[in-house]
Design a protein around this ligand. Structure first.
Ligand SMILES: *[C@@H]1O[C@H](CO)[C@@H](O)[C@H](O)[C@H]1NC(C)=O
Ligand SMILES: *[C@@H]1O[C@H](CO)[C@@H](O)[C@H](O)[C@H]1NC(C)=O
Ligand SMILES: *[C@@H]1O[C@H](CO)[C@@H](O)[C@H](O)[C@H]1NC(C)=O
Ligand SMILES: *[C@@H]1O[C@H](CO)[C@@H](O)[C@H](O)[C@H]1NC(C)=O
Ligand SMILES: *[C@@H]1O[C@H](CO)[C@@H](O)[C@H](O)[C@H]1NC(C)=O
Ligand SMILES: *[C@@H]1O[C@H](CO)[C@@H](O)[C@H](O)[C@H]1NC(C)=O
Ligand SMILES: *[C@@H]1O[C@H](CO)[C@@H](O)[C@H](O)[C@H]1NC(C)=O
Ligand SMILES: *[C@@H]1O[C@H](CO)[C@@H](O)[C@H](O)[C@H]1NC(C)=O
Ligand SMILES: *[C@@H]1O[C@H](CO)[C@@H](O)[C@H](O)[C@H]1NC(C)=O
Length: 553
């Protein structure tokens, strides 16, 4: 779901990283660079960390309604404003599984541009993610084993024959079956669900209110969520509608579709988003778009792409050259269209790389596809795995509502996804929803989400933000969610991107800063333009051309 976006790397250079925030004085003078060096506490104790921040490792109950099941620790990091009485704005970058700690390192300067520099920005690793417990690794202590399984289970579907489709079905199933049998996962991973994380945010604001002498029961949340972060925000808003000071949700997931794991509303605009490549490349001209090739129309560029796709569909290609520094892989037509799909998460940054990849493919050189997608990386993953965490959290949230129980159901699901999106269906169909069918882990009763009541009125209206063409969360999701929450408003931003973090749009920044400053909402129907133009305004960084890392939501 990526919902990531959210994970596409933030533009190094769009906003210079000016570091100004002084450290708060509640510290004991020790600087830590590792959450495992921080003593967990049931109160918010802040320790100076990672040079420019303060960190806290908060001990929380696994189940707020049943303290007897024990506790886990949640990692928080704060970028402090100059203003000693500034509000804390909590942020979530997407996933599920995205690290809020890493997001603060990467994005605090963008956050200041977008929301205002008068705030503290607080990132946290949601349960199961990076520095926070409980463990969600299906291969504890064996990253190599996980890499092998991931490479099989999270590979795009090839629906060309029943045989290949059955193989994908079995691959999805083996992931769920394996994880269900892993002790750490079948013990406490069930508490790493979105309702529990929403409760952690409520717990945080109450502890903070207490620490500054305010009544905890009146504490209100300031929140900015992207992609899956919009599920977290909407879940919080449904559970605690009168405990919201600001809530801005960007790259909006249809929360009902997420919990029901229909996954039917995500890819509405995917192909339209992908196809802007052809128009953008054509308009940019041969001097700016490597794949232009003196074509006389966008259609001609599209046909040249489809010819490359057909060649690979007929015959996958091995890429095996030790000099490339990657492991040998076989690249397929599904890899190509999946790279195209995830590139559409951020057209401005990824189109130029894609143009180079296509140009090499047209010459019969498949290496760059393998290298640019980083599928063939030799690096063994670390202890925290985004695939496992993302998939476990979304499957546990689903609580058995994913109604695929045999091969025919699976085929129907995949047919729907691929029919809906030629570019996104094969990958999305494989990695979201499908792996849930054989997973046997469910949240406790107290952490089951029962949906958003239509007409929910929040103490401050929600601001939803939708890109005109979002490959992973179509803007109609934002409009649907807005219709459920009274008084909320959708701001449309005219860009081909999953979420609007790190784009250049003074118009959007003005509205989002005004909302955070005074709760004012843009007039209905507002559309903001952006300054970024694919192939024109963004210069690729030095070094090998890489596509931004993919993330489902
Ligand atoms: C400072 O705080 C950290 C984290 O709470 C703790 O691990 C460390 O022992 C403390 N150091 C001193 C000198 O109190
Ligand atoms: C902290 O700030 C300094 C500049 O003030 C910068 O060089 C350094 O990279 C920052 N450290 C981190 C971990 O962000
Ligand atoms: C500091 O933050 C407080 C609380 O948000 C706010 O009322 C005040 O105006 C801020 N001061 C400045 C100088 O921004
Ligand atoms: C996990 O958190 C650490 C800081 O504690 C950060 O350096 C690292 O990038 C994060 N990992 C990921 C994959 O986000
Ligand atoms: C949980 O994992 C343990 C292995 O540690 C296994 O014995 C048990 O059967 C598993 N439970 C389920 C429901 O799969
Ligand atoms: C495009 O046209 C120019 C000028 O005629 C020529 O120099 C260039 O080689 C052409 N490029 C391609 C890819 O055909
Ligand atoms: C193929 O592409 C790779 C990566 O861009 C490059 O290093 C290599 O030299 C190319 N091979 C040929 C034969 O052009
Ligand atoms: C799953 O449920 C949805 C909605 O209830 C329904 O539209 C869909 O056809 C079902 N799919 C299967 C494979 O049963
Ligand atoms: C978005 O911008 C394009 C031109 O770049 C324009 O054709 C289109 O109408 C705009 N869409 C909206 C919703 O304003």
């Amino acid at each position: 779901m990526k919902f990531s976006p959210a994970f596409a790397a933030v533009a190094a250079g769009l906003f210079p990283l000016a570091l100004t925030g002084p450290l708060k004085s509640q510290d004991n003078g020790t600087m830590v660079y590792d959450f495992s060096k921080i003593k967990p506490s049931p109160e918010l104790n802040w320790t100076p960390c990672y040079e420019n921040y303060t960190c806290s490792l908060l001990e929380v109950p696994l189940d707020y309604e049943d303290p007897s099941v024990g506790t886990t620790n949640v990692a928080w990091i704060k970028w402090s404003s100059q203003n000693a009485s500034a509000e804390d704005v909590l942020v979530n970058p997407g996933g599920p599984g995205g690290s809020g700690v890493e997001f603060i390192f990467r994005a605090f300067a963008n956050l200041e541009t977008k929301l205002g520099s008068q705030f503290n920005f607080v990132g946290f690793d949601p349960r199961g993610v990076n520095n926070s417990g409980p463990s969600m690794s299906c291969f504890p202590g064996s990253p190599v084993g996980r890499k092998i399984l991931d490479a099989e289970a999270f590979t795009p579907v090839d629906d060309s024959t029943e045989y290949t489709l059955r193989k994908s079905y079995e691959r999805s199933g083996m992931w769920g079956e394996w994880c269900s049998g892993v002790h750490a996962v079948n013990g406490t991973a069930k508490y790493a669900n979105t309702v529990a994380v929403a409760n952690d945010m409520r717990h945080y604001i109450e502890l903070r209110a207490k620490s500054i002498g305010q009544p905890p029961e009146e504490a209100k949340l300031w929140f900015y969520g992207i992609s899956y972060g919009t599920v977290l925000g909407a879940t919080y808003a449904a559970l605690f509608p009168d405990r919201i000071a600001r809530m801005m949700l960007d790259g909006v997931v249809d929360t009902e579709d997420y919990y029901n794991t229909g996954w039917k509303s995500f890819l509405w605009d995917t192909d339209a988003a992908a196809k802007t490549f052809y128009a953008n490349c054509f308009e940019a001209g041969a001097e700016n778009c490597k794949f232009h090739g003196n074509s006389t129309s966008p259609k001609e560029i599209e046909e040249r792409y489809l010819a490359i796709y057909d060649t690979l569909k007929k015959s996958p290609q091995a890429v095996a050259d030790p000099a490339l520094g990657i492991q040998p892989v076989v690249v397929t037509a599904e890899d190509l269209s999946s790279a195209f799909f995830t590139s559409a998460y951020d057209a401005v940054k990824n189109w130029p790389v894609l143009a180079e990849v296509f140009t090499e493919l047209e010459k019969g050189n498949y290496s760059m596809l393998a290298m640019a997608t980083q599928r063939a990386s030799l690096v063994v993953p670390t202890a925290y795995d985004l695939q496992d965490t993302r998939t476990l959290t979304s499957c546990i949230d689903a609580n058995g509502r994913f109604n695929v129980s045999n091969f025919d159901d699976y085929k129907e699901h995949i047919d729907f996804m691929i029919k809906q999106s030629f570019y996104g269906g094969p990958l999305f169909g494989a990695i979201v929803g499908s792996p849930c069918y054989a997973l046997d882990i469910y949240p406790p009763e107290s952490q089951i989400f029962h949906g958003v009541q239509p007409g929910t009125k929040t103490s401050t209206p929600i601001l939803w933000i939708g890109s005109t063409l979002d490959a992973a969360t179509a803007i109609r999701g934002a409009r649907k969610m807005s219709s459920l929450f009274t008084g909320s408003e959708v701001l449309e931003v005219n860009v081909t991107r999953h979420g609007t973090m790190s784009i250049t749009s003074p118009c959007e920044d003005e509205y989002t800063r005004a909302y955070f400053a005074s709760t004012s909402l843009p007039p209905p129907g507002t559309v903001c333009e952006v300054e970024d133009i694919p192939f024109i305004t963004y210069t690729l960084p030095e070094g090998p051309a890489r596509l931004a890392k993919r993330d489902a939501l």
